[in-house]
Design a protein around this ligand. Structure first.
Ligand code: PMP
Ligand code: GLN
Length: 384
């Protein structure tokens, strides 16, 4: 393994899902739903396969049906207009979108600012691009995680190329407010930065939280690459269908990198996701309502089990502080949790450069059946 990747090893998600399988534990670690997405969309994929839609290499930028559906979705939900031919690119999940965007836009030595804790592939992709990551830490404050805008501002240097944003935010469940995003936008414009914004959890927001796409703020459309994923929005993480929307220049740049990573993404699933993006609002409302109830169930259960809980405004993850349980090392806690309680979770420290800042935090996923969450809570109560 080369020096750029040597520090990364095996992803925590693979490690923890293997641990869950080995110990027969309830897997609240890796974030994937235990119920597949809509039947009609599965049928659409079967139909595409049978009808020979996408069984051979689809077009590099993605099938036109899906590109049009992505553009229509951005317009209908957020009033953002993108040209499906020049400004939409289909990728092999958001994971490839992140990699292709960073490989396309970062020069060796460039600095990339990312909110810490950050999704694990960000650090690895910045490294593959030869860039330097500059984490800005979201800090727990009164039951939520907050972005210190002064810290963000202070992190920008003459070498900063781009800000890698994520809202709704994995693992903390933070949804950046319009005011916070406006400050990020002003900074990006003032310092002439690009922003790659990972919005894969755009539809998973609860209560009063509102997902505001960064590209919708004044002056940002031209400097923003927005990333979406069917894995999260439609509960098909195994299909690996993602996309970016951006200006023609930025889309062309990301496409240049993407064509040498996978060239194209899996064909029949693209046709099915094109249909999924046109599901009525009731689908999206239903997904949100279901996950909100599960968030409440797991958050309350974890609190009763003795954890301090950061109730998420978005995503399907809840971050907890384990110190009330007399522990302060999330790694050790998660490695012993299968034996102690038959549950698997993720230590947030893996998402930090400042590992000590993340040490006492542990993430649980709630995109699981109600009875699975109830059983997990019952088991976790043994810890108290
Ligand atoms: N970004 C974030 C913040 C994620 O949580 C995930 C899913 N784990 C991804 C990107 C990757 O998405 P996909 O499965 O579409 O590659
Ligand atoms: N995004 C998912 C999570 O955060 C897992 C994705 C993966 O396994 N790479 O849990």
């Amino acid at each position: 393994l080369n020096r750029r990747l040597a520090e990364f090893g095996t992803t925590i998600f693979a490690e923890m899902s293997a641990l869950a399988a080995r110990t027969g534990s309830i897997n609240l670690g890796q974030g994937f739903p235990d119920t597949d997405g809509p039947e009609e969309i599965r049928e659409a994929a079967v139909r595409a396969l049978r009808d020979g839609l996408g069984n051979q290499y689809p077009p590099g930028p993605g099938v036109p049906e899906l590109r049009r559906a992505v553009a229509d979705h951005q317009r209908e939900w957020y009033g953002l207009t993108y040209d499906p031919d020049a400004e939409v690119l289909v990728t092999a999940g958001a994971t490839e979108a992140i990699a292709a965007a960073l490989l396309a836009l970062v020069e060796p030595g460039d600095e990339v600012i990312a909110l810490e804790p950050y999704y694990d592939s960000y650090a690895a992709c910045v490294a593959m691009a030869g860039g330097t990551r500059v984490p800005v830490t979201l800090r727990p404050h009164e039951g939520a995680y907050v972005l210190d805008l002064d810290e963000l501002r202070a992190a920008v240097t003459d070498r900063t190329r781009l800000i890698l944003l994520n809202t709704p935010h994995n693992p903390t469940g933070t949804v950046l407010t319009r005011a916070e995003l406006t400050a990020v936008a002003e900074l990006a414009i003032e310092r002439d930065l690009l922003v790659v914004t990972d919005e894969v959890y755009e539809h998973l927001v609860f209560d009063d939280a509102e997902h505001v796409p960064l590209a919708s703020l004044p002056g940002m459309r031209e400097r923003t690459v927005t990333i979406g994923s069917a894995g999260k929005t439609f509960s098909f993480t195994g299909w690996k269908v993602g996309w970016i929307t951006a200006s023609p220049e930025l889309t062309a740049a990301v496409r240049s990198a993407k064509q040498f990573l996978t060239y194209v993404s899996s064909g029949p699933f693209q046709y099915a996701i094109a249909e999924a993006l046109r599901l009525p609002a009731a689908y999206f409302d239903g997904l949100r309502a279901d996950l909100r109830a599960k968030r409440d169930l797991l958050s309350e259960g974890l609190a009763q089990a003795g954890f301090e809980v950061y109730r998420p405004a978005g995503t399907y993850f809840v971050t907890t502080d384990i110190r009330p349980l007399g522990a302060d090392d999330g790694f050790a806690f998660c490695r012993s949790l299968p034996e102690r309680a038959g549950v698997v979770a993720i230590p947030n420290a893996v998402f930090y450069d400042h590992r000590e800042a993340g040490a006492p935090f542990v993430r649980f996923a709630f995109c699981k059946k109600t009875e699975v969450l109830e059983e997990a809570v019952n088991r976790l109560k043994r810890l108290a």
